[in-house]
Write a protein that binds this ligand. Structure first.
Ligand SMILES: Nc1ncnc2c1ncn2[C@@H]1O[C@H](COP(=O)(O)OP(=O)(O)O)[C@@H](O)[C@H]1O
Ligand SMILES: O=P(O)(O)OC[C@H](O)CO
Length: 494
């Protein structure tokens, strides 16, 4: 009898495999970190082989350690760091270059050229995305233009492109499937989110041959099975979604107006807007949340590139903490950040600023500032950036936020959660299962094979572990946020 759904959560810093049971409980979880490559300032790469190897390792390990047989896995769902771009050889299945990571700024110049040619509005209205190095399109173009011989081979049909979901499915299926889902396609800057097709004009403008593109499929559906070589059984591959959309699904944000925020390496705030693709005046992204049963739902998204990554920086570069969890201890030693603001614009600023050239700063230091203030300012920065995004979301959608559902590694920090509730002036809820990204992928796959019946059943499984209610006065909130906005002005270049 099949008992579990397996979620593969391929994130920016680690690959994870989680087995869920019917009550949405985690039965077992294994993760494996992999190498971050920084070939030049502002550039970020991964080795696509290592992405696959680390993912496959955690899949096998989770089964071995729990003695669950592959035949007890009802379906596999995949969720992934989005936008990260991989090109591989169609015949050998070998990557032809490093995976260019979503955070990588190497294509900023290409983006400038697109803007200088006056194409930005066309790209934005068709894809829902501002022209930025964040998205896959210019990364694909860069590889085709800069790696000798690749363009020629791509034009001969010998090269395939995919985001990480495509790459994993290709490997899992033994090279049989070259697919991506709607949510991932909507992050490439090559996909028309209204007509739901790869956009020929944009492909022409970026000089990208259509033959390298994956087929776009539903986010929930049986696409094929794993090749026996992977772990000894043919298990249905039945769900795919970009990690932030998967988290929206895992948080059961099924109705328009529901919002989740994931505090991981970056912060990603998504509001379900249902069947309506809301276009933004305030620098939000219009994205596909998921496509299921022939119907596409949309979301408004705010992307904050550096959130928990600033905590890692405090640990690895400044070395003022040993562990991310220490931040709560140090931050709690002071009543506030003492006027210190930390703007972690290490790779520019995303929503709503979209400033590729902004860089980080710690401001407001006095002779009395110490580690506690800086640590607290780093935590508060995640909350301020979230408020930047939520304010824009409320303005563009006309919907007032009623509550915020949170997840991701840094959401374990209660001081952060309380400050977030205070700043937004709405309750913040952390669910019992905070691995919502993986859970969302499991749900998409489980729904496709009838493991879960419908979204109502899923919504019933969502429950709150901790809630934080706002306690800050309006006056203090305004004063703090004004200080933040002034700090941001100091680092922006536009
Ligand atoms: N208790 C904590 N307080 C603040 N930040 C934390 C805490 N625990 C983890 N983090 C941060 O959260 C991030 C890890 O979250 P995770 O959701 O696993 O990220 P990702 O999926 O992006 O790799 C790291 O950047 C880490 O610094
Ligand atoms: O790997 P994460 O969780 O930091 O997510 C990365 C995002 O998908 C980038 O858009």
């Amino acid at each position: 009898m099949t008992k579990y759904v397996m979620a593969l959560d391929q994130g920016t810093t680690s690959s994870r495999t989680i087995l869920f049971d019917k009550n949405s409980q985690i039965v077992a979880s294994r993760s494996s970190e992999f190498t971050q490559l920084y070939p030049q300032p502002g550039w970020v790469s991964h080795d696509a082989r290592e992405i696959w190897d680390s993912q496959a390792h955690t899949m096998r390990k989770v089964l071995r350690d729990t003695e669950v047989s592959p035949s007890d896995v009802a379906a596999i769902g995949i969720t992934n760091q989005r936008e990260t771009t991989i090109l591989w050889d169609k015949n050998t299945g070998e990557p032809v270059y490093e995976a260019i990571v979503w955070q990588c700024r190497r294509t900023s110049q290409i983006c400038e050229e697109i803007k200088a040619k006056g194409w930005e509005e066309e790209f934005r209205s068709k894809t829902g995305l501002p022209v930025d190095a964040y998205f896959s399109g210019t990364k694909v173009q860069w590889i085709l233009d800069n790696i000798p011989g690749i363009r020629n081979r791509a034009e001969k049909g010998e090269i395939l492109f995919g985001t990480v979901d495509s790459w994993l499915v290709y490997k899992l299926s033994g090279g049989k499937l070259h697919i991506t889902d709607y949510s991932n396609a909507s992050r490439t800057m090559l996909y028309n989110i209204h007509e739901q097709k790869w956009d020929e004009e944009i492909l022409g403008k970026l000089n990208i041959p259509a033959s390298i593109l994956p087929k776009v499929v539903a986010s929930s559906g049986v696409y094929g099975t794993t090749c026996k070589k992977v772990f000894g059984a043919e298990v249905p591959i039945a769900g795919i979604a970009g990690d932030q959309q998967a988290a929206l699904f895992g948080q059961a944000c099924f109705s328009p107006g529901m919002v989740k925020n994931t505090y991981g390496t970056g912060c990603f705030i998504l509001m379900n807007t249902g069947e309506k693709a809301v276009s933004s005046e305030s620098g939000l992204i219009t994205t596909i949340a998921w496509g299921i049963d022939g119907k596409v739902d949309y979301a408004l998204e705010g992307s904050v590139f550096v959130a928990g990554a600033a905590i890692q920086w405090l640990r690895d570069e400044l070395r003022i903490i040993h562990d991310a969890a220490d931040t709560e201890y140090y931050a709690a030693k002071v009543p506030d950040a003492g006027g210190v603001y930390f703007v972690p614009a290490f790779v520019g600023l995303g929503t709503p600023h979209w400033d590729m050239y902004a860089r980080g700063a710690i401001l407001g230091l006095t002779r009395g500032s110490n580690r506690n203030h800086i640590v607290r300012a780093a935590l508060e920065a995640m909350c301020y950036r979230t408020k930047d995004v939520v304010d824009a979301m409320q303005k563009d959608s006309g919907i007032n936020l009623k509550e915020l559902r949170i997840d991701g590694g840094a959401s374990q920090n209660s001081l952060l959660c309380q400050f977030q509730a205070d700043l937004l002036n709405v309750p913040v809820h952390r669910p019992t299962i905070f691995e919502t990204t993986a859970l969302g992928a499991a749900y998409l796959a489980g729904l496709a094979v009838g493991y879960w019946e419908n979204r109502e059943q899923i919504a019933e499984n969502w429950s709150i572990a901790s809630s934080y209610t706002p306690k800050m006065s309006e006056e203090v909130r305004e004063e703090k946020y004004n200080g933040w906005q002034k700090a941001v002005q100091q680092v922006t270049t536009m």
